[in-house]
Design a protein around this ligand. Structure first.
Ligand code: ADP
Length: 492
């Protein structure tokens, strides 16, 4: 059911006017009917009073000469008044002197003793008056009137009121339809324009004010607001095209600098790595004594040169790798290879470093692993980095590598019993240039790029790199890679 508050403004205004009119009409019709009811009584008693006066004065001589028949003859004249049911004349002492009754009302007798006055019952009026001659009371006269005419009069009044009521309502409806028009039209066109603005976004639309009242003010204010929004929108459009232009320029500049960066990286790769490789190579030759014998001090100094150059080369390689990954320019070369071989090679190459620190360095490989389809060099890079870290951050205990299959994935766990990582640091260790402050003087040992590169490479290979760690207990880094068994079956 539709609620009143949801009706249109037009219907609300019409209904307000109609209900007000209805209320006024009901009120006045009620007053009219009541007055009609009262008026009937007044008119009836006035007529009865006039009749009793005439009949009384006509009965005086009959009363004075005790002539009952004459009095009854006087009363018989009431036959012309069919609503007078009974009449009676009393003598001076209040004794019945003459009576009159319509045949239908025979058997009725007036109250005894006689009292002057009026009585009203549901269906009758009774009037009793004195008969006076020369200021002396000579008798009484009583009349009884049937009030059935009152009902007929009321029904007639009701009909009249009903017709008036209907006419009033029709008139009010016509008037209210006409009278609400200026108000509802203004509000409806205001809401219509607001809807069109909302739907089309056209802020150039305007409304015409038709009056100088509050509605006119509302329309003017609405137009002002549209005007302002329209200006803002225009300004915004200009601003957007201005900013777009700036952005395009910035993009071009960024592309240029990206190009420059690539060129720089390429040249850095050549300009820095080539001489560094030469330094490492030549110091190696010198250290092997191929250019002549060296003193112990010279060997020590040259060893330091070689170490620093190797560290620098690693750093440069890391920076180049992360730059390439971030620029999306790293190439992944997928091939099928035996992962157990790769693990064995990586473990063997780092075993001397682990043993030098007195660490137990073991590995387990699940037998009959299927060949892995991935980039061998990149996976090796990840594994070496994890192993390096494990050895670097473990001063006693062990480093363990486990390689096994889990569902359709290959998992390589690198488990150490080293210093571990705080929970709050776990999310940051994979960010670039992040090194956790462990209180150890080991910052120079790394670039803070190894894990960032490893994680991104693992993801590029379609896998993940995760860590579980507890400070003091050690860490477990897990590389999980898809085995791509389908392509293996296809190739087979
Ligand atoms: P870094 O070159 O410093 O090793 P990484 O990105 O490889 O850079 O590692 C980031 C940081 O994560 C390290 O500085 C270290 O604090 C922490 N970390 C990495 N591996 C381990 C590990 N096995 N045990 C404890 N901490 C580790």
């Amino acid at each position: 059911m539709i609620k009143y508050r949801d009706l249109s403004i037009k219907l609300k205004l019409i209904s307000i006017q109609l209900f007000t009119t209805l209320f006024i009409l009901v009120f006045f019709v009620g007053i009219y009917l009541y007055s009609q009811y009262r008026q009937f009584e007044t008119v009836a008693f006035n007529r009865m009073s006039t009749l009793s006066e005439i009949l009384g004065s006509n009965s005086i001589s009959a009363l004075l000469f005790f002539d009952n028949d004459a009095a009854e003859d006087v009363l018989k004249s009431l036959k012309t008044q069919p609503d007078i049911l009974n009449a009676a004349v009393y003598d001076h002492d209040g004794l019945i002197f003459a009576t009159y009754s319509l045949p239908s009302a025979k058997g009725f007798s007036f109250n005894n003793p006689v009292h002057e006055g009026r009585a009203v019952t549901n269906s009758h009026f009774v009037l009793t008056e004195r008969i006076v001659f020369d200021n002396l009371k000579v008798g009484w006269i009583a009349l009884r009137l049937d009030t059935k005419n009152r009902k007929a009069a009321l029904v007639e009044a009701l009909w009249q009121s009903f017709l008036l009521f209907i006419a009033g309502l029709i008139l009010a409806a016509l008037l209210s339809v006409r009278a609400q028009k200026p108000i509802s039209d203004a509000i409806l066109s205001l809401s219509e324009i607001a809807k069109r603005v909302r739907d089309s976004g056209d802020y150039a639309l305007r409304l015409k004010a038709t009056s100088q009242d509050e509605l006119g003010l509302l329309v003017d204010t609405f137009n002002d607001m549209l005007e302002k929004i329209w200006h803002h929108e225009k300004h915004l459009e200009e601003l957007v095209s201005e900013r777009t232009l700036e952005l395009e320029e910035a993009k071009t500049r960024a592309e240029e600098s990206d190009h420059l960066k690539s060129a720089f990286l390429a040249s850095m790769s050549h300009e820095l790595r080539t001489p560094l490789n030469s330094i490492i190579g030549f110091t190696g030759i010198l250290l092997q004594g191929m250019a002549g014998p060296l003193t112990d001090e010279q060997k020590k100094q040259l060893g330091m040169v070689k170490g620093s150059a190797s560290h620098l080369l690693e750093l440069i390689n890391d920076v180049l790798d992360i730059s390439k990954i971030e620029a999306g320019r790293i190439d992944i070369h997928g091939e099928a290879f035996m992962v157990d071989l790769l693990v064995v090679m990586a473990v063997s190459s780092l075993r001397p470093f682990a043993e030098k620190k007195g660490l137990v360095f073991n590995h387990t490989i699940e037998p009959n692993l299927p060949p892995l389809h991935s980039d061998k060099r990149r996976l090796e890079q990840v594994l070496l980095n994890l192993l390096n870290n494990a050895i670097k951050f473990t001063s006693e205990g062990s480093v363990q590598v486990n390689c096994y299959r889990r569902d359709d994935s290959l998992v390589i766990d690198v488990i150490d019993t080293g210093i571990g990582i705080n929970e709050k640091d776990i999310s940051t260790i994979f960010e670039t240039f992040r090194q956790i402050d462990t209180g150890l003087d080991r910052v120079k040992e790394g670039s803070g790029l190894g894990l960032a590169i490893s994680k991104k490479l693992s993801e590029l290979l379609g896998g993940t790199l995760n860590v579980k760690s507890k400070p003091g207990d050690g860490s477990t880094f897990s590389v999980v890679l898809p085995l791509n068994l389908e392509s293996e079956t296809n190739e087979d």
